[in-house]
Design a protein around this ligand. Structure first.
Ligand SMILES: [Zn+2]
Ligand SMILES: [Zn+2]
Length: 164
């Protein structure tokens, strides 16, 4: 899919920047700089962390990617550059895109309350992802493990007084 990178008005990307952009677009989630580095190194073993870091800055400034951060923890890099929101799992840190329109009333009230001139508003839903919430339909090995643990604890109760 390298050809799609040439459709931008910007000058053509260097090989390193192209690899970094490719890593972010191929990833399902939102990678940290370290994760981008690991994936980029797999494609281009000679690439250094400094180059990856500089490429991320460049790609962000050029509007190819966006950066999301939540105060604590490392920034993550996002292939989606248009306005969107996120759901963040408080257990495993999974970050999922949400595409929805925020009610205008919300912006208006927040602006009135703070007396700020609004520029942007971001919504973050924090909670447990389906895997961590241990839904009844196990999907990944992660869930299966939790599901089993739950069944065992139920069994333990019936099995009256086991030493703790
Ligand atoms: Zn989770
Ligand atoms: Zn996103």
């Amino acid at each position: 899919m390298a050809s799609s990178f040439k459709d931008f008005g910007n000058p053509p990307l260097t090989r390193q920047r192209e690899v970094v952009l490719c890593v972010i677009r191929e990833s399902e989630g939102h990678l940290t700089a370290n994760e981008v580095f690991a994936a980029a190194k797999a494609k281009l073993p000679t690439i250094s962390f400094a180059t990856v870091y500089n490429s991320l800055r460049y790609l962000k400034d050029a509007g190819h990617i966006s950066e999301v951060s939540f105060g604590n923890g490392a920034s993550r890099f996002d292939a989606m550059t248009h306005r969107h929101d996120h759901a963040l799992c408080t257990d495993c840190g999974a970050l999922v895109d949400i595409e929805m329109e925020l009610p205008r009333e919300l912006v208006k009230r927040a602006a009135e309350y703070s007396r700020f001139k609004p520029e942007s508003l971001e919504f973050t839903l924090r909670g447990k992802c389906p895997d961590c919430a241990g839904s009844a339909t196990p999907r990944g090995p992660h869930v299966v493990r939790k599901y089993k643990a739950k069944q065992l604890s139920k069994f333990d109760k019936k099995d009256s007084h086991r030493d703790k």
